[in-house]
Design a protein around this ligand. Structure first.
Ligand code: 26W
Length: 830
């Protein structure tokens, strides 16, 4: 442990050493280019300039980072510890510049060096340390927590390879490894001295200590070390810089000298390689559990490092372990970090010698659990055999938690055998498994879903028996997104207009955009609104052309479905309706519908065959339709490759229509729906996830609703669903499906898309066929209204005006008040 340093006077006290003038920034950039990168301007590459510029900005962030850390050392209030296996922060530099209020000075400084700030921003590789919604939400929350000046540490894994890069070859997805660290990461501070050891494998042994207490020790097969890699998270126009601490796995010794001495050089190095493997790569699945030992090791690794770190800090503050729940609110971002519950028990009982009851009381008062999915196949369960192999002590602890929990249940519901089975942390099937959601429920004081409907379905279905036991634990916090990133950075033109109307306050009080309502019918304002959308669409059209070769018309309706590829999200429903529109146009070239550009983007999990086939379907239909001169100026389809935060920021501002067409009851919340609506896109969607609340806010008349409700879905399924009925009775649907089957889109190949068609005809687990007619009709209403620009623009303005609720600031305030009981701690710069 580091010794506290005797106080020394602050050498910078009273010194104005941080200037925000363009000249000072320019000087700093040059100085970093010279002294940090050992380069001079004449030979500097674009990446050198990016690194030097980033470091100049970083200095200003670090000053606030240190002030924040220093102030938190004396903190008596609670710190939020956000545990998430995934973070998708997007490019850091533009956000840091915005949050420091340095945009103009920074661009001017670069200009005087002959550089353009957008070209410099473009050099940054984004950290793709997540799959989709869950990881991006974690990043929005970290940004809002800093903006709201809440002491926070985000803990996670520093994957060396994040989510794969996607390209499209012959219509199929091709995955490339993401090498985000290749050119250096200026935002990361590695702290090898902040490290914790994590045990894995082996066996346990019981013994009696000197006082005669029964104790257990774990004799691991191997031990790995986690090194802290810190990224500063700056709030908007505040001095707060919170900490994102990601753990990198290393071997405890670089070489096993015993093996080395016996001449087994490779064996010696192997151990090092094996240890480092733990944080090597992100699992690219967001649909089902890859029942992989390595994934379990990742989860155990990062929760153990994080909890040991919290205990270290607690000790450093001189507080006893009993203070843990007063010092920390630990939030579990889904069940991926749920092993934190047995791990905290293990640390308290085995390593710090607390008795079980005290340890359990500490644990239960520390954790909150957020559920992000209702899909049964995405609810994590781990085979007992796997846990026994990798985490034998955790398994014992989980058994003990379960034993005591079920005793409680027996007292509450005497003789109710079925309830015991429903609630047990273990499921009994062909192999026994641990249900991680149950573990999270039992070990937490708070359980929440991420949208009203989702939280209701948790209570009514997925976690119903837990709700009956502890209704007071349950709540809802509807997701939100950062208006700084998804409006201010993504859509500078619209932001300027918003600031002109309401002032800058919309950036932190998004509800203030309500005053736009009074301008919704103002012709001059509408014109400006349309001009901005049009400019954004022109820019996106250019990018689409550069990246895909497809030429799209900026005056067409930009219809956007961007999200992970998944059957429940129903990209194929969209495609079927596009095919129907195509056929209508072929039959009747005079059809009065506006030209449309249908844009898709998203990654498919590499092992998810149907999702990959959906990408192939989209591209096949796109190729065929885009090549047909009959519809050349009427319909275009684009698959925009490599959807990530950066590309999302290019797409949202240009969208007219936002496709949120998941089967009701399947999408926990959605957050793309919020980003798009904020940017003035109108939603076509089902009553699913946060769509329900978006529609409530913007008004039913400003939302294109279609489809079965969650309750109707359940009724259809339980009365025996037959997709074939729709094929038989709906001539248009049949024609679209037959066209795919005929090989029309696949150069005569009738086999290629067969599994997708068969799945629709004979299984259709997500009721594409049942919702088709309603969707297709709804799209025709969209066409009609788009042809009335005043009407459409009014709806668009009202969407942006009424999205206040969906700022992540609102979500975080609810977590702070209702769950974490924490309050802002402003930071003064010394
Ligand atoms: C075990 C494999 C696995 C991996 C990741 C299963 C499930 C996940 C995530 C929970 C999937 C996810 O990202 N869920 C999304 O979370 C968002 C933020 O709350 C919601 O907006 C989305 O509706 C939800 O799908």
């Amino acid at each position: 442990m580091t010794q506290p340093h005797p106080p020394i006077p602050n050498p910078f006290a009273g010194v104005e050493f941080e200037s925000h003038s363009p000249q000072a920034i320019q000087q700093d950039i040059l100085s970093h280019l010279n002294f940090a990168l050992a380069r001079f301007p004449a030979v500097a590459t674009s990446n050198d300039w990016y690194l030097a510029a980033a470091q100049a900005i970083r200095d200003r962030v670090v000053r606030r980072f240190l002030a924040t850390s220093d102030s938190y050392r004396q903190l008596k209030s609670r710190t939020v510890c956000f545990l998430s296996a995934e973070y998708l922060p997007g490019p850091h530099l533009p956000l840091m510049v915005l949050n420091l209020d340095l945009h103009d000075a920074f661009c001017e400084a670069l200009q005087s060096l002959g550089l353009n700030c957008h070209q410099v921003y473009d050099m940054e590789e984004e950290p793709g340390l997540g799959n989709g919604g869950l990881g991006r939400l974690a990043a929005c929350y970290m940004e809002s927590l800093a903006t709201l000046q809440i002491p926070t540490i985000g803990y996670g894994i520093r994957y060396e390879f994040g989510i794969f890069d996607q390209s499209i070859r012959d219509g199929w997805q091709v995955e490339q490894t993401d090498k985000w660290l290749r050119l250096g990461n200026p935002w990361e501070f590695p702290h090898p001295e902040i490290c914790h050891e994590v045990k894995l494998g082996g066996r346990t042994e019981s013994y009696h200590d000197q006082q005669g207490h029964y104790r257990v020790r774990w004799i691991p097969e191997r031990v790995v070390k986690g090194i802290a890699c810190d990224t500063p998270i700056l709030g908007y126009h505040v001095n707060t810089v919170n900490l994102l601490r990601l753990w990198k796995a290393e071997a405890i010794e670089s070489f096993d000298f015993a093996a080395f001495d016996t001449g087994d050089y490779y064996g010696a190095v192997q151990q090092k390689v094996q240890s480092e493997t733990i944080s090597k790569v992100l699992y690219p699945n967001d649909d089902r559990l890859a029942g992989k030992l390595l994934r379990l090791a990742q989860q155990a690794f990062f929760v153990s490092c994080s909890l040991q770190d919290m205990i270290r800090i607690l000790r450093q503050c001189g507080d006893p372990l009993e203070k843990f729940p007063e010092k920390y609110a630990v939030q579990l971002n889904d069940t991926h970090p749920a092993l934190a519950i047995p791990e905290l028990m293990r640390l308290l009982v085995d390593e710090h010698f607390l008795d079980w009851e005290s340890a359990w009381s500490i644990t239960q008062r520390s954790f909150g659990y957020t559920n992000h999915t209702l899909l049964p196949e995405a609810l994590e369960t781990w085979p007992v055999a796997l846990l026994a192999q990798l985490l034998p002590r955790h398994l014992e602890i989980i058994y003990e938690i379960n034993r005591r929990f079920l005793d409680e249940v027996r007292l509450r519901y005497p003789g109710d055998q079925q309830r015991l089975q429903q609630l047990s942390l273990f499921s009994e099937g062909t192999e026994s498994r641990v249900r991680m959601a149950h573990l999270a429920c039992v070990g937490s004081f708070s359980i929440n879903g991420v949208a009203e409907l989702h939280s209701q379905l948790l209570v009514d279905r997925t976690l119903q028996p837990f709700y009956q036991l502890w209704p007071q634990k349950f709540g809802n916090v509807t997701n939100g997104v950062s208006p700084r990133r998804f409006l201010a950075l993504a859509n500078p033109e619209l932001s300027k207009l918003l600031t002109e109307v309401v002032g800058e306050k919309w950036m932190t009080e998004l509800s203030s955009l309500r005053c736009l309502e009074r301008l919704a019918d103002d012709a001059a304002f509408q014109q400006r609104w349309q001009n901005i959308k049009r400019t954004n669409k022109r820019q996106l059209a250019q990018i689409i052309r550069n990246r895909t070769g497809v030429i799209v018309d900026p005056d067409s309706l930009f219809d956007v479905q961007v999200k992970r590829l998944h059957e429940y999200k129903r990209q194929h429903l969209n495609v079927l309706s596009v095919i129907c529109a195509y056929m209508r146009l072929k039959r009747n070239p005079n059809l009065s519908i506006p030209p449309r550009t249908v844009l898709f983007a998203g990654k498919a999990a590499p092992g998810y065959y149907m999702a990959k086939l959906m990408i192939k379907l989209i591209n096949s239909v796109a190729d065929t339709i885009n090549r047909d001169p009959d519809v050349a100026d009427r319909l275009r389809i684009v698959f925009f490759p490599d959807y990530n935060v950066k590309n999302g920021q290019l797409i949202y501002p240009a969208a007219d229509l936002s496709e949120q067409i998941s089967l009701a009851g399947m999408e926990a919340s959605g957050t793309g729906n919020m980003k798009l609506a904020m940017n003035g896109a109108l939603t076509i969607g089902t009553l699913d996830g946060a769509n329900v609340e978006i529609r409530d806010e913007v008004g039913a008349e400003n939302f294109f609703l279609f489809g079965l409700t969650a309750a109707e879905v359940q009724a259809v399924k339980s009365s025996g669903y037959s997709p074939d009925r729709y094929y038989q009775t709906d001539a248009q649907l049949r024609e679209a499906i037959d066209l795919i089957s005929s090989g029309f889109f696949t150069h005569g190949d009738r086999q290629c898309l067969r599994p997708l068609v068969d799945n629709l005809l004979y299984h259709d687990p997500f009721l594409v066929m049942a919702d088709f007619a309603a969707y297709d009709q709804c799209q025709q209403r969209v066409d009609q209204i788009y042809q009335q620009p005043d009407h459409w623009t009014r709806m668009s303005i009202l969407n942006t005006a009424r999205m206040g609720k969906f700022s992540s600031d609102r979500s975080i305030k609810e977590y702070c008040q209702n769950i974490w009981k924490v309050s802002p701690q402003p930071i003064q710069l010394g």
